[in-house]
Write a protein that binds this ligand. Sequence first.
Ligand code: ATP
Length: 220
Amino acid sequence: MLELRIKGRDFERPVLGDIFTQIRRGDRICLLGPSGIGKTTLLNAIAGLDRRTPATAFRGRETLRLGYLFQEHRLLPWRTLGQNLAIVGAAGTEIDRLLESVGLTGYQHHFPDQLSLGMARRAALARCLAVEPDLLLLDEPFASLDPVRAGELRTLISELLDAHPHMGMLCVTHDASDATALANRLWYLDGHPAHLQWDAPVASDVETIVQSLRTSMPLL
Ligand SMILES: Nc1ncnc2c1ncn2[C@@H]1O[C@H](COP(=O)(O)OP(=O)(O)OP(=O)(O)O)[C@@H](O)[C@H]1O
């Protein structure tokens, strides 16, 4: 069980309210919400990237390992893919294995600008996996990809999660169908400041979904 405690964040106005929630081991959560509501702000807080948003993410007394796939790939452009992975601690055959796991076998000596957007995103995903994360944070991983490439990446992420059942996922998306494909739990962020308005399991049958919504949103 991962516990998240996030102290709210103001920019010129209050953006994110205080949030306290829990993520079970292996939970696959899709985070939806209106544009500009604070989804990236929440991910940054969880990742500890925003010094002005006190947040703790912990598992018992252990330090939580996080992998963060940003909206941009943020690979070092002057380093090859192999070197980008080496920076986070991968070495030797581990680099080959990581690249193979994201379908980039043979690209170890390529530079990021020699890759398509989808390939660069998969390389960044390999970098996330190198730290063997407890929780994978994905910020709109399918944005700007054509439907075929987006579908391939969705399948890849789903297979990686299956292969690492203890790894949780928190994925920001604007597409509810991503939730059906990837998630077992949905969060909906809304309000000023934003809170988790809705935390419900993804269910395959309509009756269960309606019941979940009624439970999570009593006003319905
Ligand atoms: N560094 C910053 N300085 C000032 N305002 C910021 C900063 N970062 C975010 N904001 C503001 O906080 C709000 C939430 O931004 P955030 O990027 O978290 O939203 P989002 O839900 O991820 O949006 P989108 O779905 O469009 O990516 C926005 O109004 C944004 O303008």
